[in-house]
Design a binder for this molecule. Structure first.
Ligand SMILES: [Zn+2]
Ligand SMILES: [Zn+2]
Length: 431
């Protein structure tokens, strides 16, 4: 083995996804796209960078993301740009810029792709990470919320996520939130000294977030604090009650978690999280909520909306391990000599054009080690083309799974293989 010492390494927190791992990613992406499509969502692809002000306005100036985590830079035209730390603000920008709201009332879109946040490297936190997210814009009815939660629970069941739980809450709207905040800050008034330093800042800037502080002292204070549910106005209460009725109708298990507020400022009414208790402290695999005021705050017409984001890295940690594929698929042409190689190359080309997985050796291996390789890579058929075969105008076709072989006239080889392989599960890569 040659010693390889890479001169330049990748950036910490921005891992490579190697060929041996990518199968799991692709399976998640394929299943997710299929299910989102079945629920009426269409894909939207926005750029990975945007004007910095989009995120400051869309996420909120007081949040950790905007204050501590954005990858912002000045480009050559002296404009401040930011690598997207999340997907909702770009989707709403595109929704407004391209006037998608004029094309009908309910607009359902999804995105899949990398996001960027400058996190302190720790377990389960990446600086480039991946999200699958969706937004349903234009309708505020709780049926939209219920459909989205049904979609997610169907997706997690399909992927085989073990033991997930849905946590649900309502944090009110601009009519009742001030009532809650007033009660909450009055409750907190005598307890400021006992809050953690972060929560003391939150109390002034974003008191709701104290509710989900993980520091033990804060949790004890919060345990007896007033809950947002107790302050809901009539409309918010009807919305939350109807959502729960629909979830029961659809047989979606959930539990109400009065402390669930999520990290972002813009949520109104419904907030939710899908957690996998097996993952430890960072156990949310998906989360989201309703944001009925956000589109208006970003300069659009008043438009209700709701969205979710799935953290793909954490989702993958929640999936069952997969063994190596047991499937025998495709054709390996094992050739000996220049003439046989050229014949093999044309046969392989033909097979590939007819949709089959096919290959041949280009490293001058012996016939024996070509057979070994075909077995190791689980090709269903090996086509042996040697001197003897060429002279007789045939190929030896070996079924690697069953261990039987036969001699087939050269002009019938491709036809025969295509027929066999399409009877089996041959059509590799045809997703
Ligand atoms: Zn705290
Ligand atoms: Zn309300």
């Amino acid at each position: 083995m040659r010693k390889v010492r890479p001169v330049i390494r990748g950036v910490r927190g921005a891992p490579d996804i190697l060929p041996a791992q990518v199968g799991r990613w692709q399976r998640v992406e394929v299943e997710t796209r299929r299910i989102l499509k079945n629920y009426g969502y269409q894909e939207i692809r926005t750029p990975v960078f945007e004007r910095t002000e989009l995120f400051v306005r869309g996420i909120g100036g007081g949040t950790d993301i905007v204050e501590k985590q954005m990858y912002s830079f000045e480009d050559r035209g002296h404009e401040s740009l930011t690598l997207r730390p999340e997907g909702t603000a770009p989707v709403i920008r595109a929704y407004l810029e391209h006037r998608l709201f004029t094309k009908g009332d309910l607009c359902k879109v999804y995105y899949i792709g990398p996001m960027f946040r400058h996190e302190r490297p720790q377990a389960g936190r990446f600086r480039q990470f991946h999200q699958i997210g969706a937004e349903a814009l234009g309708v505020g009815d709780p049926a939209v919320d219920a459909e989205m939660l049904d979609l997610l629970s169907h997706l997690f069941a399909t992927l085989g996520v073990d033991g997930w739980q849905l946590h649900l809450n309502s944090i009110g709207d601009d009519a009742c939130r001030p009532v809650f905040l007033d009660r909450f800050t009055r409750y907190m008034a005598g307890k400021v000294e006992r809050l953690c330093p972060d929560c003391r800042v939150r109390l002034k800037r974003n008191p709701l977030r104290i509710l989900d502080c993980k520091v033990e002292g804060c949790r004890r204070i919060v345990a007896r604090a007033p809950s947002p549910l107790e302050s809901l106005c009539e409309d918010c209460e009807v919305h939350f009650r109807r959502l729960q009725e629909l979830l029961q109708l659809l047989k979606i298990d959930y539990s109400v978690n009065e402390r669930l507020v999520r990290g972002l400022d813009y949520y109104t009414r419904t907030t939710f999280e899908f957690v996998n208790p097996g993952l430890g402290a960072q156990n949310a695999i998906a989360g989201g909520g309703r944001y009925d005021l956000l589109v208006g705050e970003m300069g659009g017409p008043p438009t209700p909306g709701i969205g979710f984001a799935i953290g793909v890295e954490r989702l993958l940690l929640s999936l069952p391990r997969e063994g190596p594929s047991e499937e025998w698929v495709g054709v390996f042409a094992a050739t000996l000599g220049k003439e046989a190689f050229e014949l093999g190359l044309r046969i392989v080309q033909d097979l590939r054009r007819q949709g089959l997985r096919a290959t041949l050796d280009m490293e001058g291996r012996s016939l024996k080690s070509q057979m070994r390789l075909a077995h190791k890579e689980r090709y269903r058929y090996t086509l042996i083309l040697g001197d003897e075969e060429l002279k007789a105008g045939v190929a030896t076709m070996k079924d690697m799974a069953q261990g039987v072989q036969e001699r087939v006239p050269l002009q019938e080889v491709v036809h025969r293989l295509v027929r066999h392989e399409s009877r089996g599960k041959a059509q590799a890569g045809r997703d």
